[in-house]
Write a protein that binds this ligand. Structure first.
Ligand code: F6P
Length: 496
């Protein structure tokens, strides 16, 4: 059995090998957001798989996390360096906020990141939108984050751990500015094949930007291979396919798969708490569940998540299985996201219409087949729902990993419950005991629901216990540990 990774082991690695360097993480989304509420300023955790995964790594490293300060009360709680210690109730690391103007947010975040790169990389048949002005703003914002990193490093050696597609130009910008920086980046979303990437108008600059990294990680090997082939097609560079390494102008970038995960033990501990058990009762009443079996979906309201597709599958299931009418309820938690963009307004409308149609078609005096809640839920609330659910559906049309699937599994210490999981997620490659679906095929979704609702407790336990074991072994500390050990290995090679 593989040796277990935990926070102490990761702290040990960082302490032993990286104590002579600052540890700086960079992301767009911040891990803690401050907002004005009726009761004063409150601190929230965002609905972000990225932030769920990086927070424990930062707790272990104790460095600085640089991110966009997007909360309306964010500026009220920082010091003169735009920083504060987090988590607020037991500080372990520093959060440094970068302020963006509305125009910068529009062009860099909504425009280039989420109307161009997001649909381009996910390949879910939503057209990407390319705008020259957005690209210029994206460049400018990447430069502003480069300034923030350089200020933070302050001439000292540092490891800079960049997150995601918002910062494709940042690695090169940092390399150009010099200093003893080891740069690594993780892409939390898929990388498409080169044919899909072809329409991106600023290919060379974007790819060259990413090749400023010493180490570039994707969730799965397939995305690494796609990246290598894309560079091969569109850039002058030497590609060593065997070692998954790209050399351009004398600098090498290692490209490796690192399947991301969660803090599995901590998650399981919180899910088993009395607090969560109490919340289950509250939900049971709110949903008027009685003896009905609960189906569950929780995600951001995003067109990549396949929410209308899953609803079509549920509708087909109800059409074909009248014996289940009144005996099961589907709860969809859809957290509003990027609602400023038309594509997201459309998906919201599509979800609303589908739910209205299903409820109209099948509802009975004391039974509503689908309940929709468009509100972010805290971790304990989500855990309560995981524990209450008979099955959970993750039907992403394409997803780098999908941590919701791993969270559901780690909430189930009772070894009960069924995970219905899209074959087009990174998670499906690891959670082999899930019930696999092609979310585009409503008959498959319908069959999976029928299968889940009638699965024997023994079968549930066998599948769930194996998936839990896998996530426990392959937790986020292992992810961070492997990422950093790989950087250390290749750094040795580069040192004189
Ligand atoms: O995991 C991909 C990702 O874009 C993260 O970077 C991000 O935090 C999450 O999805 C949610 O998106 P956003 O930060 O745009 O709300």
């Amino acid at each position: 059995m593989a040796t277990t990774w935990d926070r102490a082991r990761l702290e040990g690695l960082i302490g032993a090998e990286l104590s002579n360097r600052k540890f700086i993480a960079v992301s767009n989304r911040e891990p803690y957001i401050h907002r004005f509420t009726e009761d004063g300023i409150a601190c929230f955790r965002p609905a972000s798989g990225m932030s769920t995964a990086i927070d424990p790594i930062m707790m272990a490293s104790g460095g600085t996390w640089i991110a966009h300060g997007a909360g309306d009360a964010d500026a009220e709680v920082v010091d003169q360096n735009d920083s504060l210690q987090v988590p607020p109730d037991s500080p372990r690391y520093r959060l440094r906020r970068v302020w963006l103007t509305k125009e910068e947010e529009e062009g860099y975040y909504y425009g280039l990141s989420n109307r161009a790169l997001w649909p381009l990389c996910h390949v879910t048949f939503t057209r990407p939108h390319f705008d020259e002005a957005d690209w210029q703003t994206y460049r400018r914002v990447n430069e502003r984050f480069a300034d923030a990193v350089i200020r933070e490093a302050d001439g000292e050696p540092a490891v800079v751990f960049i997150q995601d597609y918002h910062f494709c130009l940042l690695p090169r910008l940092l390399k150009e500015r010099g200093g003893d920086l080891k740069i690594l980046q993780f892409f939390h979303i898929p990388w498409p094949n080169h044919e899909m990437f072809r329409p991106f108008p600023w290919k060379e600059e974007l790819l060259d930007g990413l090749l400023g990294n010493d180490l570039l990680g994707f969730h799965i090997r397939y995305h690494c291979q796609n990246f290598l082939t894309t560079v091969d097609r569109f850039l002058e560079a030497r590609i060593d396919h065997e070692h998954s390494e790209i050399t351009r102008q004398g600098q090498s970038t290692m490209v490796r798969p690192f399947p991301i995960s969660i803090d599995a033990e901590a998650h399981a501990r919180m899910a088993d708490s009395d607090d969560v058990t109490a919340r289950m009762e509250k939900w049971r009443k709110r949903l008027r569940l009685g003896n009905r079996l609960l189906g569950l979906g929780i995600e951001r309201l995003d067109y990549t998540k396949g929410i209308p597709e899953r609803l079509r599958g549920y509708e087909k299931f109800l059409t074909e299985h009248p014996e289940w009418h009144g005996k099961t309820v589907f709860l969809q938690i859809a957290v509003p996201s990027r609602s400023h963009l038309t594509e997201y307004q459309r998906i919201e409308e599509e979800v609303d219409l589908a739910i209205e149609r299903i409820n109209w078609k099948f509802r009975q005096p004391h039974w509503q087949p689908v309940v929709l809640i468009k509100e972010h839920q805290s971790q304990p609330e989500m855990m309560a729902l995981h524990r209450l659910a008979h099955y959970m559906t993750v039907s992403s049309l394409h997803d780098g990993m999908n941590l919701v699937a791993k969270e559901f599994v780690m909430s189930r210490s009772d070894n009960a419950g069924v995970l219905i999981l899209s074959r087009f997620t990174g998670a499906y490659r690891e959670l082999e005991q899930a019930v696999g679906i092609n979310p585009f095929a409503s008959h498959e979704v319908a069959q999976a629901i029928a299968f889940a609702l009638t699965m024997s407790p023994d079968d549930q336990a066998l599948r769930m216990s194996r998936m839990r074991e896998h996530v426990l072994q392959n937790n986020v500390y292992r992810w961070g540990g492997k990422f950093l050990s790989t950087l250390l290995r290749i750094s040795d090679r580069f040192e004189p």
